[in-house]
Write a protein that binds this ligand. Sequence first.
Ligand code: ASN
Length: 341
Amino acid sequence: MTKSKILMLYTGGTIGMMTDPETGGLKPFDFEHLLEQIPEIRLLDCEIETDSLDRPIDSSDMKPEHWLRLAKRVYDGYNQYDGFVILHGSDTMAYSSSALSFLIENLAKPVVFTGAQLPIGISRSDARENLLTALEIALARRKDNLAMIPEVAVYFEYALFRGNRIHKMSTEDFEAFQSLNYPKLAEAGVHIKYNHSFIEHPTKDSIKLYDQLDPNIGVLTVFPGMQESFIKPVIENPSIKGLLIRTFGSGNAPTDPWFLETVHEAIDRGVKVVNISQCSGGGVIQGKYEASRALKQMGVISSGDMTFEAGLTKMMFLLANFPTEDFAELYQTNLRGELSN
Ligand code: ASN
């Protein structure tokens, strides 16, 4: 029997960082260094091939161009490998895992993101467990030999999540991520227990790669006391095609007439305006309170229970790849498990 093959892609992040002796700050180090620290990888019954960004980065420097490159690398290697593990900084991992979930349609193999809160070289690091279990998950098969996780997922601190359902909640806990609106796909203890009914079914349709994202979007976080002079220019910016308004609670916003009028004008100009909550759990229900009724009436689109990261990357994805289709309808359709019906 031939051994399963995994492609491990290294983008950077704390997992492979070392302290720069000159500045005292943590900075990404090369992949060889990281692999040397985990000799246990060789004990796994599989072949692992590796690839890395030319220059590993702190994930704060992740851009849509990187997401397109990662998605293309998965697509190009799709027939050659049984699964993919992407090592990534935790700061923007939720954006990258969401973006990849949209860019690759009909995925039937695992794409598992992981990283760490402490660098691999530190004795208390969470990197070793995260990486080894992510590899095991990428290798896991069901009884019928299909991949156990045919989706983009994130493994961190004994839990596997759907990639477009997570949010980084803590800079301090090893349990950095949570998925408040969707159950964990698996939990790792002595055994890895898969939550079968919440895992996507592998599809028989062939995989499809989308190769565009439109970053011409704006984000506006509403706050008590926001001033017209600062906020209006953001909404009136002529180059934005989409605007995400981060609202309070279940989609509520200040009802000042200048604010509502400016949003209304943006919609009239053709800007796709989405209502997305500042809360991590629950979602937007426009019209539940008077404070969101006007937004609903003027055509602001509800993000439902999507995370901010999924809502933002979905907007970039739809604007670029479906410019002539009904944005509101597609945005409010569950495309990759990112939205509850
Ligand atoms: N700044 C790091 C990054 O996102 C944080 C981490 O990986 N824990 O690249």
